[in-house]
Design a protein. Structure first.
Length: 142
């Protein structure tokens, strides 16, 4: 069980576990907006949209992760992020995100069928979220 002022966090995807450890605070892109989860938070279950999960560790560091959607389950002493896809922010590939964004924008301009349009919008949202995280990392490092 977590210490009184920490919460245990697990971030997993189909590829495997991305993070497991203690945190003092967790921020996630819930479907209705960003949520912040502190130790002893009320139970919660929400869908996630593509974006950034921030984990503040007891040492005062902040770890950043990209999730491509999924779900988050919050219990008073545990947060579980079940992501469609997940990566550590430092491992994001800016060139690949820019290429995906361009492909999605081209697909939207072509306006084929509704399914392709929905897929293009989802890809555009994922690419935009990745680029936002990359820009945030640049500011932190710079």
């Amino acid at each position: 069980m977590a210490e009184p002022h920490t919460i245990h966090v697990d971030i997993v995807s189909a590829e495997g576990e991305i993070f497991s450890g203690l945190a003092t605070m967790v921020f996630a892109p819930a479907s209705q907006g960003e949520i912040g989860v502190a130790p002893r938070h009320a139970p919660l279950l929400s869908m996630l949209k593509p974006g950034e999960v921030r984990v503040q560790t007891p040492e005062g560091a902040e770890q950043l992760f990209f999730v491509g959607g999924g779900a988050i389950e919050v219990q008073p002493h545990r947060v579980t992020v079940l992501a469609d896809t997940a990566q550590r922010a430092k491992d994001l590939d800016e060139a690949a995100a820019l290429a995906a964004k361009q492909r999605a924008e081209e697909a939207l301009r072509d306006r084929t069928d509704h399914i392709s349009q929905a897929e293009a919008l989802a890809e555009l949202a994922r690419a935009a979220a990745q680029l936002k995280i990359i820009q945030r990392l640049r500011k932190v490092r710079g």
